[in-house]
Ligand binder design. Structure first.
Ligand code: ADE
Length: 314
């Protein structure tokens, strides 16, 4: 049942206000104003398609969501989380949201088109990254995490599929549909669904499995899993099925392959810590400062991270 206060129904008018409040004659764009290209990604509730603005020639990625399906499956809240979190982000390491619109059947989110696709594709293609490339990408992912946490957003589903690469081979974090917005909880409002969300099995934190609660530190757990995967070529916890993967996670059951660089090993061990409060990076600003000071990041120029050319992947 679609109510008039369903936020999804307001998506268009909200952004219309944003985009045309000072120019009431500006026509709101619709899906017909774009020439659609190839499919970039498919999820259970959405399809991301390459798109070119017929007027300006600019290229985008349009995330198209099926309204009926979303309302039926009670995912309206998640669509709004994705829109609202992305809308307030302005960072080179995070996919930009340009605007949203809708027609009778679909909600559309116009996003930055990251031309080089998913980080996962490069891990698969190359097998693994060397220490220098791993340091570069881990630094960019960490800088993006630091920014979203500063904005009061926990991503909760960081993984190589959700880390896109632009034409400069810099990262763009995407998929905020399962993010959690901190500090906006009205007293008495329960947030069970948000707290019971479980991300992708291999990158899920032990606290999410045990206490059904994610915190900023949960993103640092995922960072540890991704760092491990960049070097080893596979995530640290992978069972024959989801349940076996979860068992491995809650028992911290993983080993390092031979030749794993000691400095990276030391950082992974400090990120893959069961107690989220003891994880490197936990503890607010000071925790992040400690994490960025780990010897693994020695030589990283955090201030010019997004101006530096990406190292060539070998
Ligand atoms: N796949 C999913 N979203 C994408 C985007 N914004 N750019 C490129 N590929 C994508």
């Amino acid at each position: 049942s679609q109510r008039s206060d369903d936020p999804a129904v307001q998506t268009s008018s909200n952004s219309q206000q944003r985009s045309s409040s000072t120019h009431s004659s500006v026509k709101k764009k619709g899906v017909k104003d774009f020439e659609l290209g190839k499919t970039l990604g498919e999820g259970s509730y959405s399809t991301v398609v390459a798109a070119r603005d017929r007027t300006t020639g600019r290229e985008y990625a349009i995330k198209i969501l099926d309204k009926k399906h979303i309302i039926k499956e009670k995912k309206v809240k998640y669509v709004n989380i994705e829109k609202n979190t992305l809308n307030k982000m302005n960072h080179p390491g995070i996919v930009r949201l340009y605007f949203t619109f809708q027609d009778h059947n679909s909600l559309c989110i116009l996003l930055y088109h990251a031309k080089n696709g998913e980080l996962l594709t490069f891990i698969k293609k190359l097998g693994s990254f060397d220490l220098n490339c791993t340091r570069y990408y881990t630094s960019q992912i960490l800088a993006a995490i630091e920014y979203m946490h500063d904005q009061g957003v926990i991503h909760r589903d960081l993984k190589p599929e959700n880390i896109l690469l632009d034409e400069k081979m810099h990262i763009k974090v995407t998929d905020f549909g399962t993010a959690k917005i901190l500090g906006k909880n009205v007293a008495g409002e329960t947030d069970d669904r948000a707290n019971s969300f479980v991300g992708t099995a291999e990158y899920v934190s032990p606290e999410l499995l045990k206490e059904k609660a994610a915190c900023k530190s949960s993103d640092f757990w995922a960072l540890g899993c991704i760092l491990y995967q960049l070097i080893a070529g596979r995530p640290p916890f992978k069972g024959g099925n989801e349940y076996m993967t979860f068992q491995k996670i809650v028992h911290l059951d993983y080993t390092f392959p031979e030749g794993f660089p000691p400095v990276a090993k030391d950082l992974v061990k400090k990120l893959l810590v069961l107690n989220p409060a003891e994880r490197l990076g936990a503890g607010g600003k000071e925790g992040v400062k400690q994490l960025k000071s780990h010897p693994f990041f020695d030589g990283v120029r955090w201030d010019t991270l997004w101006q530096q050319p990406a190292p060539r992947l070998l």
